[in-house]
Structures are given as structure tokens and as C-alpha cells.
Write a new protein. Structure first.
Length: 303
């Protein structure tokens, strides 16, 4: 049999009875074996990745940083591990997955069980030192929250919506202990995408969320009839935006840290004056005229 040539004929040989042709060239053989070796390393690395585990962390109130995700801690050599990646119901032997579960963490599970892990619909009650803490009602898969469910936290916050691999993931509604409500998309436990946040005073935000913060474009509708439409960064009015007050006053321009900062115009207030120019930390002065947006007259030194 004659191998394909590239200007110079190369010999080839048939291996076994399959008729497969192996290159006789040493360089091509080394290249073939190298690809097989790196493919093996890749598969081994994937197999070593940790299994996702559910978290019982509540969502922090918007404006605060989320708690960092805990990673498994390696046990001290010669000592028994202080934590487990699985917690079992002592009555049924059925377990759920929880990374670094301390010995004082317990569960009771009322649903199905396959391969010693919670499966299907049921009620999962978490305990700490025998005291009830979080409670989950919904679907499980391989010991993890998966599908539709309702999770009520020990601090009285609650989430109802979609779960994936033990995390809030998909569409859901989160009610904070204060009574504030968040309706949005979640990704790996955090608000991410377009949604709505309602404060207890009646104010509401409709817009973008990113990494547990109001970031992107959005609108705040104030309970008194005012509104802000524009850009947000980490929960603050920042970038270009328009603020309209219930009394008819209006500011359009640049913002930073919830205050007028940069070029902008305020108009429509009592007296009908118009203030156009550069604003600094919510303060504007032009000769004997002054105005504020997001700051007090005292803070600006005007009174």
C-alpha cells in the first residue's frame, strides 16, 4: 500500500487486521502519541474537579458584599477529618451533599432516596446542634437542590424559584427578613440579569443586576411619585441619568455616588431657575446662585 505523499514518498504499515494505517515517520508518531497523552491529562483533570454542593447562605441585603464561598479544608495528617461532604438522616440513612459539613449539622428528609442520596420531591429540614435552621421544600437530585423549590432560612428570609446543582439558579423571588422583595434571575446563587427590587417603603427598582448589585441600566420609582432613569454601578446612581422629583424639579446629566457629579442641568423647581454647568458631589454654585442634587445645603457649605 502506498501512503499519501507530500513531495516525498513516505512508507506506511498496516497494524493488525483492522487495515488502519500507522505513519512510519518518527515525528508523526510522536505527534500522534503526544495528542493522546494530553487528552488523557485533560480527562483526568476534569474528573478531579469538586462536586457542586448546596449552600444555606442567605442572600445579603443589596448594597453589601456577598459572603465568600467556603472551600473544603484538607484534614491534618494523622487526624480524623472534622467535616464531611455528606450529611445523612439518622433514621433513613438517606443523605444530602454539603461541602465541609460540621459534625453538629443534621438533617431529616421525607422524600425518595436512591444510592443513599435524596431524590425527587420532599421536605428537607436542616438542624444545628439539634435546633431547626433552614427548611427546603421541593425537588432534589443526587442529594442537591435541583428544580423547583422553596427554601426558608433560619433568619426568616425565603427564596422560592429554580435551583440547579444546589444553588439558586434561574427565575426566583427572594424575600428579605426586612420584608424587601427581589424578583429576578439568579446565577450560582446571586442576582444576575433583569429584575425588580421592592423596598419596604414602597420604592422599587426595575432594571439590571450584576453580582448581587444594581449595575447597568434601570429605573427607580419612588413612593412619593418621583423617579430616576439611567445608569447604576454597585447600587449607586452613576453615569448618565435623569432624576424627576414629585414637585416637578428635574436634573439631567452626570452622576456619581448618588449625587450630581459632572456636567448637568437642574430645572423646574420653585422659582423656575435653571442651573447648568459642572456639579461637584451634588453641589452647584454660580455667583450668588446655588443648587443641590443628592446633597444638603449644609454639606455643600451654602448654609
Amino acid at each position: 500500500m502506498t501512503a499519501r505523499t507530500t513531495g516525498k514518498a513516505e512508507r506506511s504499515k498496516t497494524v493488525g487486521t483492522t487495515g488502519r494505517t500507522m505513519p512510519a515517520s518518527g515525528a508523526r508518531l510522536r505527534h500522534f502519541m503526544s495528542r493522546r497523552f494530553f487528552a488523557f491529562l485533560f480527562l483526568a483533570a476534569v474528573a478531579a474537579l469538586p462536586v457542586a454542593a448546596q449552600t444555606s447562605r442567605p442572600v445579603p441585603e443589596l448594597g453589601t458584599a456577598p459572603a465568600p464561598r467556603q472551600l473544603p479544608v484538607a484534614p491534618t495528617p494523622g487526624q480524623p477529618p472534622a467535616a464531611s461532604d455528606e450529611v445523612k438522616d439518622p433514621k433513613t440513612g438517606c443523605g444530602v451533599v454539603m461541602m465541609n459539613a460540621e459534625p453538629n449539622i443534621g438533617i431529616s428528609w421525607s422524600g425518595g432516596c436512591e444510592y443513599d442520596l435524596a431524590q425527587g420531591k420532599g421536605v428537607l429540614q436542616w438542624t444545628k446542634n439539634g435546633v431547626p435552621t433552614d427548611r427546603y421544600e421541593g425537588e432534589m437530585k443526587d442529594g442537591l437542590y435541583e428544580g423547583q423549590g422553596k427554601l426558608t432560612y433560619a433568619n426568616k428570609a425565603r427564596y422560592e424559584g429554580e435551583f440547579k446543582a444546589g444553588e439558586r439558579d434561574g427565575k426566583g423571588t427572594y424575600v428579605f427578613p426586612s420584608g424587601a422583595k427581589l424578583i429576578t434571575e439568579f446565577r450560582e446563587g446571586r442576582p444576575q440579569g433583569h429584575g425588580m427590587y421592592v423596598w419596604t417603603n414602597g420604592n422599587r427598582y426595575i432594571g439590571d443586576f450584576r453580582d448581587n448589585q444594581r449595575t447597568g441600566r434601570g429605573t427607580i420609582l419612588f413612593a412619593d411619585g418621583g423617579r430616576y432613569e439611567g445608569e447604576f454601578v454597585n447600587g449607586k446612581m452613576q453615569g448618565r441619568g435623569v432624576r424627576v422629583w414629585a414637585n416637578g424639579a428635574r436634573y439631567e446629566g452626570e452622576w456619581s455616588d448618588d449625587k450630581a457629579n459632572g456636567w448637568g442641568t437642574k430645572s423646574g423647581g420653585p422659582g423656575g431657575q435653571i442651573f447648568t454647568g459642572n456639579w461637584t458631589n451634588g453641589c452647584f454654585r454660580e455667583n450668588n446662585r446655588w443648587a443641590t442634587v443628592g446633597a444638603t445645603a449644609q454639606a455643600c457649605g451654602f448654609q
